[in-house]
Write a protein that binds this ligand. Structure first.
Ligand SMILES: [Zn+2]
Length: 186
């Protein structure tokens, strides 16, 4: 019989195969160990883009994915948090890797967080980090890569171009706050 390997196919302690590949987690093995699968943390960067004449924000920085599940689609710069970094550091790293923008972790504040069920076995915790607004003319030149082929600012009327549900909802809510009058006493 051919041995098949896939994520979660075997006990992570003794290497014995799980007889029921659809069993729920946590899974108990005959070796006495318990295997867990936890949500993946994803960080996303929200950078408001200002027009060059200091008018209110005109959009959010987005990139076009060049590979993976969302190839050819617009998205906020972002990705999976890596071991050893804070979520703010993850936002800064993704923003630099994908959009070429250099920032610092102390600039990042939490805007929103969502749980996203990808399939019965995978869910993501998505953290949305908000950064200071940038003027369009202050952005560094963009160098396309295999991962990210384009960069632009997303306008409110183009929110539907974002295919990922949780991301689209958070972006929609952010644009709505811009349209509300600001209390002068604040
Ligand atoms: Zn085991």
């Amino acid at each position: 019989m051919t041995q098949r390997f896939f994520k979660g196919s075997h006990c992570t302690f003794c290497g014995a195969p799980f007889t029921n590949r659809y069993a729920r987690y946590p899974r108990d093995c005959a070796c006495g160990s318990r295997s867990y699968v936890n949500p993946t943390t994803v960080v996303q960067a929200m950078v408001p883009i200002l027009s060059d004449d200091d008018k209110p924000p005109i959009g959010l920085l987005v990139i076009k994915r060049g590979d993976g599940r969302w190839k050819g689609h617009w998205a906020l710069p972002g990705g999976k948090l890596e071991i050893g970094e804070t979520w703010q550091e993850g936002v800064v790293r993704e923003l630099y890797e994908e959009a070429g923008l250099e920032t610092s972790a102390d600039e990042v504040s939490i805007l929103d967080l969502r749980s996203a069920q990808m399939n019965p076995y995978t869910n993501h915790l998505v953290l949305f980090g908000l950064l200071k607004p940038r003027k369009l003319s202050d952005l560094p030149p963009f160098v396309p890569s295999r991962e990210c082929t384009e960069r632009k600012f997303l306008e409110q009327k183009h929110i539907k171009d974002i295919p990922y549900y949780e991301e689209r909802e958070v972006i929609k809510a952010w644009f709505q706050t811009l349209n509300q009058p600001v209390a002068e006493s604040l």
